[in-house]
Design a binder for this molecule. Structure first.
Ligand code: EPU
Length: 327
């Protein structure tokens, strides 16, 4: 990546005085990996967020907006541009709608909904990262998906240079996918539509899901959540090699036409495999954990090795779920 010129760095710092230089991305990713962001801004309000993006665009400086840093792998060389952390927080409930600023932790939004007696987002209490991140990646677990409860989002449209409200149908949601992964929009705030429920029941469901997640995923370890998307297929022929190589494929996976990436990795006995300080979790095969001081290169090498083995031995090509920055 071309180094940013000193002139560009100074011009950006003049336009956005709060911009820091050479900010280590280890501080802003749950994997605790990544070289420096040449420029770094913590945007505490939507106005600051829009201003930080506008300045980058007008100076032709590459930019990336991050939230909780939970689904990110930043290269060891860092990012030659500006990383903008969207950190405005705030959540309020009105009727069956819950509105939250982009940087509000998803778990806090879910708790606020629970406190307001609103059901349907209990699973959100177990999701790491921010609510804008959840929309960006159409996060989901335990049968819930962001797309099923999202009413609308307020965004800054970078191409049209204006703020707009997009309703659910305009967000282009797919499995762990949204329009925001492919087009230049900046998420500013999010509105969810839930349904009235019993507060006690909602709290109970949250505890159950937390316990489930604790038992099946390495929550205490530094990771970026699931590394790969589960394998979705249309035609059974996609499973030809897998059927020859493994014991019975779980019925629920066949029913959903979605084979768990963690399950596949586990079939190959790859849990615990490591390169440098990066290791495939002993708890869940779709998590790669940083055992302390791992480099992005180690994670990439380990993930590539896993992908290659799954492809060669089980005939399935896994796709990255984690977002890459600076590669
Ligand atoms: N399994 C194994 N070995 C493993 C991991 C899983 O045999 O190492 C088996 C489990 O025993 C279970 C099945 O595979 O029978 C499915 O596992 P799990 O319930 O953990 O769900 P998953 O399909 O592996 C998905 C999401 C998770 C989400 C969970 C819970 C993806 C890529 N992963 O995982 O999302 O938390 O369901 O609903 O869609 C994420 O996106 O970062 C993420 C963690």
């Amino acid at each position: 990546m071309n180094r940013l010129s000193t002139e560009k760095i100074s011009s950006y710092a003049a336009a956005v005085p709060s911009a820091a230089r050479d900010e280590p991305m280890t501080k802003h990713t749950t994997l605790k990996i990544g070289g420096p962001a040449r420029l770094f801004v913590e945007a505490k309000t939507a106005d600051e967020l829009v201003a930080a993006v506008k300045a980058a665009v007008s100076l032709h400086i590459p930019h990336v907006v991050i939230g909780g840093g939970t689904n990110l792998l930043v290269s060891d060389e860092g990012f030659e541009g500006v990383v903008i952390l969207a950190s405005e927080r705030g959540v309020s409930a009105k009727g069956t709608l819950v509105a939250a600023s982009a940087g509000t932790f998803t778990s806090l939004v879910a708790r606020a909904a629970a406190d307001a007696g609103l059901a349907g987002f209990e699973w959100g209490a177990t999701i790491p990262g921010t609510i804008a991140g959840a929309v960006y990646g159409n996060a989901g677990c335990y049968g819930g998906e962001t797309k099923d409860i999202l009413e609308s989002v307020d965004v800054y449209d970078v191409t049209e240079r204006k703020r707009v409200t997009l309703r659910n149908q305009a967000c282009g949601f797919g499995y762990r996918d949204s329009r925001f992964k492919h087009e230049p929009f900046v998420l500013l705030s999010v509105t969810l539509r839930l349904r009235p429920g019993d507060k006690k029941e909602i709290a109970k469901r949250i505890s159950e899901l937390m316990a489930k997640r604790n038992a099946s995923q390495p929550l205490g370890a530094a990771s970026a959540g699931c590394m790969f998307k589960n394998f979705r297929y249309v035609d059974e022929s996609a499973l030809e090699i897998l059927r020859r190589r493994t014991d019975a494929i779980p019925e629920d996976m066949l029913k959903r036409k979605s084979i768990g990436a963690g399950w596949l990795v586990d079939r190959l006995g790859l849990k615990g495999a490591s390169i440098g300080k990066a290791k495939v979790s002993d708890v869940h095969g779709n998590f790669v954990v940083n055992q302390g001081g791992a480099r992005a290169q180690d994670i990439v090498a380990l993930a590539s090795m896993v992908k290659m083995k799954v492809r060669d031995e089980l005939g399935i090509m896994l796709e990255d779920e984690v977002q890459l920055i600076g590669f």
